[in-house]
Write a protein that binds this ligand. Structure first.
Ligand SMILES: [Zn+2]
Length: 309
């Protein structure tokens, strides 16, 4: 048994691009970490071997003996079946669909693994790190894909249970030309503002470095970049307004790699939201950028492993 004042948990965040493993204390501080690329070609078996060895190395680094029994909080993008402890559907990690990752990882690592969606994990860590601990808190995450999480009265809401599609609130284009979303619908925010969609769109309009070129191009007033950011801003503003109507949150937190890479998108969206509310005579809504960046998932997975809600 661990001394509870020094409770250490392992967080694992298997993303579409990067896999992060970290030892986290009960305050959500990272004590040791490692990161590697998620390689679909490796397959599930190799992924588990990598995770098992990363966990061993990290426990070594923080001085936890190999006989200690740990909890591993695992965050994954997709739809989960908690009863069967597996991923039913994942656009970003199709090779894990139906694979008993949690049972296999628990068996091979010799620790107890618990499963969460990446949206749940990131939402929980951002909520806990939010100074005001809002009564209702909505986290919209623009990563490789789009994810959304909600906390009400200090409890994480399980939005993704049995869902294969995005929330209705995240459908922002209902025109006939709306692009198909991997979730099966058309016009989801995913098709416009996800990292995957934006990379594709940026390349289509001539930015060979994709999203990486967009912020600078926008700063120098390049018309193509300004147009593209404008379209994404419109879509994001609509999604945030829909979420505000649906959940009446006191704080909406915007996070994910797209927000980090494109500060112009966050600024424009916040300005637009304020303008719309001023026009309608509504009270200002607190829209905050996420605080934890790429660590939100791994910290949240660890913290949920301590308190699974
Ligand atoms: Zn969708």
């Amino acid at each position: 048994m661990q001394d509870s004042s020094r409770l250490i948990v392992i967080g694992i965040d298997v993303g579409g691009t990067q896999t992060r493993v970290a030892a986290v204390d009960r305050m959500g501080q990272i004590l040791a970490r490692c990161c590697h690329r998620t390689d679909e070609a490796d397959g599930a078996d190799r992924l588990i071997a990598r995770l098992t060895s990363a966990v061993e190395n990290i426990l070594d680094e923080v001085g936890v003996g190999s006989s200690a029994h740990m909890r591993l909080g695992v965050a994954l993008p997709g739809t989960l079946d908690q009863r069967r402890r597996l991923v039913v559907r994942s656009v970003n990690l199709p090779f894990l669909e139906g694979y008993p990752l949690i049972d296999e990882l628990s068996r091979r690592a010799g620790h107890t693994a618990v499963l969460f969606t990446d949206a749940e994990a990131a939402t929980w860590s951002e909520y806990v790190s939010c100074a005001s601990r809002a009564g209702r808190f909505v986290h919209l995450r623009l990563g490789t894909g789009i994810a959304c999480g909600v906390v009400v009265d200090g409890r994480l809401q399980r939005l993704d249970a049995d869902r294969g599609q995005h929330l209705d609130a995240l459908v922002v284009d209902s025109t006939p030309g709306a692009r198909p979303c991997p979730c099966g619908r058309r016009g989801c925010l995913e098709t416009i503002a996800s990292g995957r969609a934006l990379e594709e769109r940026a390349r289509e309009v001539g930015y060979t470095n994709g999203i990486a070129s967009l912020q600078q191009a926008w700063e120098r007033g390049d018309e193509t970049a300004v147009d593209l950011i404008q379209k994404v801003t419109n879509a994001l503003t609509a999604a945030v307004n829909n979420l505000a109507t649906l959940f009446e949150p006191s704080v909406i937190c915007l996070g994910g790699g797209v927000v980090t890479a494109l500060p112009c998108l966050l600024d424009q969206t916040m300005a637009r939201l304020q303008a719309v509310r001023d026009e309608n005579g509504e009270a200002p809504m607190s829209v905050q950028p996420a605080r934890l960046g790429d660590d939100a998932g791994v910290i949240g997975a660890a913290m949920l492993a301590i308190d699974p809600q």
